[in-house]
Design a protein around this ligand. Sequence first.
Ligand code: MG
Ligand code: MG
Length: 257
Amino acid sequence: MIIRKSPDELDKMRTAGRIVAGTISRVLESVAPGRTTLDLDRVAEQYIAEQGATPSFKGYRGASSRPFPATICASVNDEIVHGIPSTARRLEEGDLLSLDFGAIWQGFHSDSAVTVFVGGIAPSAEAERLVKTTEGALDAAISVIVPGGKLSDIGNAIETVARLEGMGIVREYGGHGIGRALHEDPFIQNWGKPGRGPELRPGLVVAVEPMLNLGEDETAVMPDGWTVVTADGSLSAHFEHTVAVTQDGHEVLTARD
Ligand code: MG
Ligand code: MG
């Protein structure tokens, strides 16, 4: 069931979105060779506590029987999503790092992700193309979020950009409605024909999140029950924003300055 948000609920999600954007910006300032992904988790944990908000992921149970143990997801190189921060994962220059973070403010979630190169240096032109294409796919998907559009327009926009650049598209995971729950209806697949599914109407809030691979589409889950990797070991990138459908277009609730 799709739950549209009232202006008052949207306001809480807007605040949650600002806190998410601020947290991600703060964590990005701390990304450097030699830091561990658990170091980054501590930065996020402290920042979110200072905002008086609650992390969305800590304690979350998805398909895994084990609750997610950390504040951020930190997924490196061939890890697509849901990487668990660890002292054992020390970042090196040129690593591809995807940060995913959600926050709860007065009972409402916002959710966002970004992929960067550690040290700001891409290890290859292909890796750089992967990141640019995935971010471009998110931008293209957001641009079709307008009242009167259809849900499948979002996935179609992502697939169109990904196909043009020959990137693999992760199939098992995708975008989602968001509100009182981190994951609400509808599920948003990152591919497909346009003009299908529910109509995009004001008050609908969605987390749009393309996950693209330099190699094939297939994924695998590591024995920790959470970390999703590319089956062929290729690099993967992930970008996400929480976006509200408005009367005359859309509003990105997790936009960073
Ligand atoms: Mg997310
Ligand atoms: Mg999400």
